[in-house]
Ligand binder design. Structure first.
Ligand code: HEM
Length: 522
């Protein structure tokens, strides 16, 4: 009997050695792919260390430079940096999202589109919202225009003007989060139901503190969820209770805005354009087939799919403010170092008819179509998104069964996590020579062939069926912000923290502080 037990134990041990060591290291179809470290063939520890210590994006970039377009980061995790057999197959081909998303981006206990891993479900949700986020809809939306007018003339410009008059420095990082949040949320749910982060610092701080506290624990929530859960069960919390409580506070804050907007839809026949909840109304129509939105009056707090809709709104505004805020901040940073470029930009902005000027009393906004087409303004944003992508980290997807050819290797099985990252993709020297330099002129001086390659490798918004749904809105909103500020003011750097891009999935400047002094432009 004892002998049988020993034989069984030995057989189990040998099977485990074969399954977890020999097969993945030497025999599986991925065995010859270059690795992050020797142990990556059979263990995820090296990758976890990179993620924990904030070195993942930079290390992966260096590895691709040295070892080619495909790297094995862990036994069943691959990083890719090529178009054919990489970006094209994985993202344009619509490989589904990995389990990373539901772990980190769930609200109210319900998956929003961002976190859905099932392609069918994800596609249906995306179609429900696609119309309101289309470029043509945004550029002709009266609601977007009136919200933009109010945010710029009643909130943003008066604040900058006041600071400029006193030559007081402004920390533009929280201001840019505030502008991006106000700009998006007030279009999403309408000004009457929305937020005012630019002027109401207490509301802004409540939200941003809870939001960034949660983001700080991405590693614990998304990369070691099993350990985090087990430890929590025995009373050891890796994610402090206050972080979860903060998330509940901002979920409630968001839900209250949604409820208010739905109630408004029901109580007024004609909601003024600036108060119309454009994205929320699309959610009611698209997710619940509610054509007659005025019937919502009786449905306050009980409208169909209330938490699903609130979850989408929460997820959208989370995705909107950090990314756009970071991009604006880096753009201001680069511009503030270059007074001549500011003059050049101001000349372009003031050619708009009407120009966006503070002080002429009319609150006149130029046509959105004209603003988004300005070449220098566009080049500044493209270059900022290239060098400082707000989502620099890997966007993990899962290979379909049974077998895939990726990065020049065949036979990659289904169920393997594959990812590209904007940080690396945007540093392709063949496409973006001198990749570490911020050179907006590269977008203006490129030949048509170069521009085609640059656009193909521009990946700040991802690509394919799960590409950013808010790209058109973010470009619209950021372009109006820059137009408003640099048509009227010049900026110089007063002081700043570490401006290096954090190494994470979502990232901004490490130091989190950029103080600029604005002055009235001649
Ligand atoms: C500069 C601004 C922005 C940048 C750089 C950006 C970037 C991205 C990227 C890279 C993705 C793909 C992420 C992944 O699959 O891992 C994404 C997805 C997404 N973004 Fe944005 N984003 C921006 C603004 C916005 C805005 C304003 C919204 C508001 C609606 C938004 C909503 C979303 C949503 C809902 C998804 C998920 C789409 C899907 O799963 O199909 N983003 N974004």
């Amino acid at each position: 009997m004892a002998q049988a037990v020993v034989v069984l134990a030995l057989a189990t041990l040998l099977a485990a050695i074969y399954r977890f060591l020999i097969y993945p290291s030497l025999l599986c179809p991925m065995a010859r792919i270059p690795t992050l470290s020797f142990t990556s063939r059979f263990s995820s520890l090296s990758l976890l260390w990179l993620q924990y210590s904030g070195q993942e994006n930079r290390t992966i970039y260096e590895l691709h430079r040295r070892k080619g377009p495909i790297i094995r980061l862990a036994p069943r995790v691959l990083s890719l940096n090529c178009f054919e057999g990489g970006l094209k197959q994985v993202y344009l081909g619509g490989f589904p999202k990995s389990g990373f998303y539901p772990l980190g981006f769930i609200n109210y206990g319900i998956l929003p589109m961002f976190a859905m891993t099932n392609n069918k479900e994800h596609g249906a949700r995306k179609r429900a919202f696609a119309n309101v986020f289309s470029k043509s809809h945004i550029l002709s939306s009266e609601s977007a225009r009136e919200v933009t007018r109010a945010i710029i003339f009643d909130r943003l410009l008066p604040l900058i003007h006041q600071k400029a008059t006193k030559s007081e420095a402004v920390d533009v990082i929280p201001l840019n989060y505030a502008y991006s949040m106000d700009s998006f949320v007030n279009w999403q749910v309408g000004i009457a139901s929305g937020c005012n982060f630019i002027q109401n610092e207490a509301e802004r701080d409540m939200y941003l503190t809870a939001f960034f506290d949660r983001e700080r624990y991405t590693f614990e929530a998304c990369h070691i969820p099993f350990i985090t859960t087990i430890l929590e069960k025995i009373g050891i919390r890796l994610i402090p209770k206050e972080v979860d409580e903060g998330t509940i506070d901002i979920e409630n804050w968001n839900l209250a805005m949604c409820d208010k907007a739905v109630a408004l839809l029901g109580t007024k026949d004609d909601v003024p354009p600036q108060d119309f909840p454009s994205v929320l109304a699309q959610g009611l129509r698209g997710m619940s087939n509610m054509e007659d939105l005025s019937s919502m009056a009786s449905a306050e707090k009980t409208y169909p799919n209330r938490l699903d809709i609130a979850g989408e709104m929460f997820s959208d505004s989370s995705a909107a403010h950090e990314t756009s805020g970071v991009t604006l901040s880096y753009l201001f940073w680069e511009l503030s170092k270059r007074p001549e470029l500011q003059t050049q930009l101001r000349t372009e902005l003031r050619s708009l008819d009407p120009p966006l000027r503070l002080g002429d009393g009319g609150k006149a906004l130029p046509n959105a179509k004209d603003v988004v087409q300005l070449p220098l303004l566009d080049a500044l944003i493209m270059e900022t998104l290239r060098l400082y992508p707000a989502v620099p980290g890997g966007q993990p997807r899962v290979t379909p069964a049974p077998s895939n050819s990726l990065g020049g290797f065949d036979g990659i099985p289904g169920g393997v996590v594959v990812q590209c990252s904007a940080y690396t993709v945007h540093r392709n020297e063949d496409v973006f020579p001198d990749p570490e330099a911020w050179k907006p002129e590269r977008w203006l001086e490129a030949t048509p062939e170069q521009l085609t390659a640059m656009r193909r490798w521009f990946w700040a918004f991802g690509s394919g069926p799960s590409m950013c749904i808010g790209s058109n809105f973010s470009l619209y909103s950021m372009k109006f912000c820059i137009t408003a500020i640099y048509s009227n003011f010049a900026s110089t750097i007063h002081d700043h923290g570490d401006m290096e891009l954090m190494d994470a999935y979502l990232a901004g400047p490490k130091g989190g502080r950029l103080e600029l002094v604005f002055s009235e432009a001649p």
